[in-house]
Ligand binder design. Structure first.
Ligand SMILES: Nc1nc2c(ncn2[C@@H]2O[C@H](COP(=O)(O)OP(=O)(O)OP(=O)(O)O)[C@@H](O)[C@H]2O)c(=O)[nH]1
Ligand SMILES: O=C(O)[C@H](O)COP(=O)(O)O
Length: 226
């Protein structure tokens, strides 16, 4: 892709290998169901991102081999990781890659927000301040960060992990960047990530998420779960 076509804001979706994903769901789901759920939620995320008009493209950063085919199916690109080196390391690598290609900004969005809607991403981008700026979307627990939009792409230190929302605010302040924080309720599709067994009931009630729904219908999960 040419440098000109790469300009603009890129969505970056970090993806842990499916067989290692969603360990915190182990009390509720077996290994195969967790891997299938991780893949199906990613498909819902990629489908939503593919219909956002305001994005230059979607880059999946992952060591998972199946992601190559998913990237093709959903019109995304893949940046391969040798191994899952951690979320922040993966995002740093993606940011360097995008800056090198002339991107204007980076929207980091996880693969486990199956209620993601294109309209919410468009609102997030539309509300983003001009110039050096960071927009954050809180996770529904109020502590985590479910989306981080940075212009330029490498301007803020990635601080994903426990208490990441406060850490990202502090990092944005340290980098002297304008900052907007959206509460999870304001952008509920972005704000709802599936982390713990308690989140599974909400997942079942979530509208949309057609790939996750299809995986459920295909019997990918324990009896009674769908
Ligand atoms: N590329 C990459 N992505 C990661 C890595 N670790 C986590 N992610 C992704 O970051 C996003 C948020 O991660 P978590 O909510 O912690 O998901 P998870 O690691 O599958 O869940 P747990 O195993 O329960 O911690 C998801 O899209 C993960 O796939 C990593 O080492 N490399
Ligand atoms: O906020 C974060 O650091 C990421 O969303 C990961 O948090 P989680 O592990 O609670 O999803």
């Amino acid at each position: 892709m040419s440098r000109t076509a790469s300009a603009g804001i890129w969505a970056v979706v970090p993806v842990k290998p499916f067989g290692l994903a969603k360990q915190r769901l182990a009390p509720a789901l077996g290994a195969e169901a967790r891997a299938r759920l991780a893949r199906a939620m990613l498909e819902d995320v990629l489908a939503a991102l593919g219909s956002v008009g305001g994005l230059a493209g979607t880059l999946i950063v992952s060591a998972e081999p199946e992601v190559e085919e998913l990237a093709r199916d959903f019109g995304a690109e893949r940046l391969a990781e040798a191994e899952a080196a951690g979320l922040n390391t993966a995002l740093e690598r993606a940011a360097r890659h995008l800056v090198h290609r002339g991107a204007a900004g980076l929207l980091a969005i996880p693969g486990d927000v199956p209620g993601l809607a294109a309209a919410e991403v468009a609102r997030l981008i539309g509300a983003h301040p001009a110039g050096r700026a960071v927009s954050l979307v809180a996770a529904h627990d109020g502590q985590g960060t479910n989306a981080l939009l940075a212009t330029p792409a490498d301007a803020v230190r990635f601080c994903f992990g426990p208490g990441s929302l406060a850490a990202h605010r502090a990092a944005a302040r340290a980098a002297d960047m304008a900052t907007i924080v959206h509460e999870a309720g304001a952008l509920p599709g972005i704000g709802f990530d599936v982390d713990a067994p308690d989140d599974l009931a909400r997942l079942r009630a979530l509208p949309g998420r057609s790939h996750t729904r299809a995986a459920l219908a295909a019997g990918a999960f324990p009896p009674g779960w769908a």
